[in-house]
Design a protein around this ligand. Structure first.
Ligand SMILES: [Zn+2]
Length: 125
């Protein structure tokens, strides 16, 4: 069974936009090296999107590899300034990433993308 309760439709025009657990989503496809990533389908508006959408990576305007590099550096305890210098990403953007990723920057992996941004109950540890 696919637990999709943490996901929601990401099309702002959709009546079910942002609603979690509305049961409007289903898995319509899988992709990735071992098919571990899911494509989700919204029954309400008929749109399809990756489950990775809506995560820290997708909220950024950086290409995924740059975003990954930023998170990796942050995960290695590089400060914002150092990360900015090493990755060539603007400091403000790095700061935004640091906030978005929070503790998960350390875990930095596929797990990271499984957390939706509003699921951060552990902001204070
Ligand atoms: Zn929708």
């Amino acid at each position: 069974m696919d637990d999709l309760s943490r996901f929601c439709c990401l099309h702002s025009d959709c009546p079910d936009y942002g609603k979690r657990g509305a049961e409007n989503l289903s898995v319509c496809d899988r992709y990735g090296p071992s098919k571990q990533r899911r494509m989700l389908y919204c029954r309400t508006c008929g749109s399809r999107f990756s489950e990775r959408k809506g995560t820290a990576l997708f909220h950024s305007h950086l290409p995924e590899d740059r975003a990954m590099a930023v998170l990796q550096h942050l995960g290695e305890s590089c400060g914002v300034r150092k990360t900015s210098r090493l990755t060539g990403v603007h400091r403000d953007t790095v700061t935004r990433y640091a906030r978005l990723a929070g503790d998960h920057a350390k875990a930095l992996h596929d797990e990271l993308v499984a957390f939706s941004p509003s699921n951060r109950r552990s902001a204070n540890g």
